[in-house]
Structure formats: C-alpha cells, structure tokens
Design a protein around this ligand. Structure first.
Ligand SMILES: NC(=O)c1ccc[n+]([C@@H]2O[C@H](COP(=O)([O-])OP(=O)(O)OC[C@H]3O[C@@H](n4cnc5c(N)ncnc54)[C@H](O)[C@@H]3O)[C@@H](O)[C@H]2O)c1
Length: 257
C-alpha cells in the first residue's frame, strides 16, 4: 500500500478521524494536504508529520476558499489523487427545535462541503485519468440515535453523493462512503461533556459496539487508505460500515446480553 508520488487531500484533517487518515497516508509515503478551519491545530499537526505535509486554512462550506485551497494543493504537489471529505460537525436537535441557521450550517459543512471539494478536485483527477473521492458518512446513516436530525440527514445524503460521483465519473474515478461507529475524537468527547454524566454516556456508547470499545482514528485511517489503494480498487459507489458490530444484534446491545 504505497502512496509515493500521490497527493491526498484530507478535509477536517487537523484533528480526530481526519488526522488519523492523514497519518496513515503520510506513513505510506503520500503527500498529504490538510484543509481545516483550525489553523493552530492544523499547522502543528502538519509540522509534526514533517516533509510531504502541508496545511491550508479552508472552510469547506465556502466555494471560493475550497477552489483556492485545491489550486494551492495542486501547485504544491502537482495534482490530487485522493480526496477525503471528512470535515464535519455534530449538533444535537430534533426537527421541531432545529433553527434554520443551524440546519443550514450543519448541511453546509457536512454535505455541501463534500460537494464543493469534489467539484473542484475531480477535474484534476479527470486530467490525470484516475482518482478517488472518499466521503466520511456515519453508521448513523443506517441506525440513528435520537436528537441529531440535521446530522443524520447530512450523513445519509453523503451516500447519495458518493453513488452519483461513482456513476458519473467511472471508470477512472471511484467514490466510497465510510460509515464509522463511535470514534474516540474531540467531536465525541465534546458531545459526552454536554451530558449531565459524561462517564456514563461514554460507557453507554462503548456498550453499543460488540467489540466493547470505540474506534481510534487510525482504525478508520487504515480502512480509508486500503480503499484508496490499488488493493481496494474493486470497491466503488458503496457505503462501508466500520462500526465494531453496532446495531446488528437483536435484543440487548452488549455482547454479553
Ligand atoms: N467521532 C465519531 O464517532 C464519528 C462517527 C462517525 C462519523 N464521524 C464523522 O467523521 C468526521 C470527523 O469527525 P471527528 O470525530 O474526527 O470530528 P472532530 O471534531 O474531532 O474533527 C473534525 C475536524 O473538522 C474541522 N472542521 C470543522 N468544520 C470545518 C469546516 N467548515 N471546514 C474545514 N474543517 C472543518 C475541525 O476543525 C476539526 O479539526 C465528521 O464528518 C464526523 O461526522 C465521526
């Protein structure tokens, strides 16, 4: 699995799952470009990675910033071979208590951001005759907790975007949606802190997974890199669940029940 001379753009790559993906691609000799709104975390992370890593500040929900960032990445490394649309936010609300501005913000980052990055990266992939767009969906596109209506809508729609890209740009370009269960990241840790009893909610989250743990970011990074590599070249247009067996058991959620 070598990405030597390949360029991988990871959105939201300064922390969490995106950083896990960037680390694996970098370890496998790829040129990694991290797009993120968190300049300080992104700069620090790319300095830690070292050569072949570049941070570009970019809000994926703004087309002008996306277009400029992708041009910068292409200028730095000569192309875009893999786009990982990972940037995303989570906010808790049901349909009846979601403000229009919150709906727009969540959909703009989680869904429109992926569309915009794909829109500006795919022409470079077509020019090169190959490429792959990986969209970070969620297991919540299939099984859904309460109180996350805009998030679930965005993650479900990413599966449609994935299918459209796969159909419209085959055979040169593939697209795959990744659907993680609970991953130990700043996003999840912040979500636990919003509850009255973070430790209990964390344990309840762990208990949803038959493997009795949450994923680490590099669990997801290893799958993303495999799919983007030659070894994954027959995987296309599909949502792939990586969720520790969440939601497949009839009855209690724990392995022991
Ligand atoms: N953590 C989980 O359990 C889990 C499970 C399934 C899917 N996901 C998805 O994986 C992705 C990453 O999640 P995470 O847990 O690593 O989140 P995180 O909050 O830990 O990291 C997300 C990164 O995205 C960046 N970001 C936010 N808005 C942005 C924007 N407008 N433009 C560019 N960058 C932006 C943040 O600065 C941050 O660095 C998200 O799309 C999330 O929905 C997470």
């Amino acid at each position: 699995m070598s990405f030597e001379d390949k360029t991988i753009i990871v959105t939201g790559g300064a922390k969490g799952i995106g950083a896990g993906c960037a680390e694996v691609f970098h370890r496998e000799h790829g040129n990694v470009v991290v797009l993120d709104v968190d300049e300080s975390a992104g700069e620090t992370f790319c300095e830690l990675l070292g050569d072949r890593a570049q941070f570009i500040k970019c809000d994926v929900s703004r087309e002008a910033e996306v277009e400029e960032a992708i041009e910068q990445a292409v200028a730095a490394f000569g192309g875009v071979d893999v786009l990982v649309n990972n940037a995303g936010i989570l906010q808790y609300s049901k349909v009846t208590d979601t403000l229009e501005e919150d709906w727009d913000r969540i959909l703009d980052i989680n869904l429109k951001g992926a569309f915009l990055c794909a829109k500006h990266a795919i022409p470079h992939m077509i020019e090169a005759g190959a490429g792959i767009v990986i969209n970070m969906s969620s297991v919540q596109a299939f099984v859904t907790q309460q109180n996350v209506a805009p998030y679930v809508t965005s993650k479900s729609a990413l599966i449609g975007l994935t299918r459209s890209i796969a159909v419209d740009y085959a055979p040169e370009i593939r697209s795959v949606a990744i659907c993680p269960g609970g991953v130990d990241t700043p996003l999840n840790r912040a979500a636990f802190q919003q509850s009255a009893d973070p430790d209990r909610v964390r344990q309840e989250t762990i208990d949803l997974h038959l493997v009795e743990r949450m994923a680490q970011p590099d669990d997801i990074g290893e799958l993303v890199a495999f799919i983007a590599s030659e070894k994954g070249s027959f995987i296309n247009g599909q949502p792939i669940r990586i969720d520790g067996g969440m939601g497949i058991k009839i009855g209690g959620s724990k392995k022991s029940e």
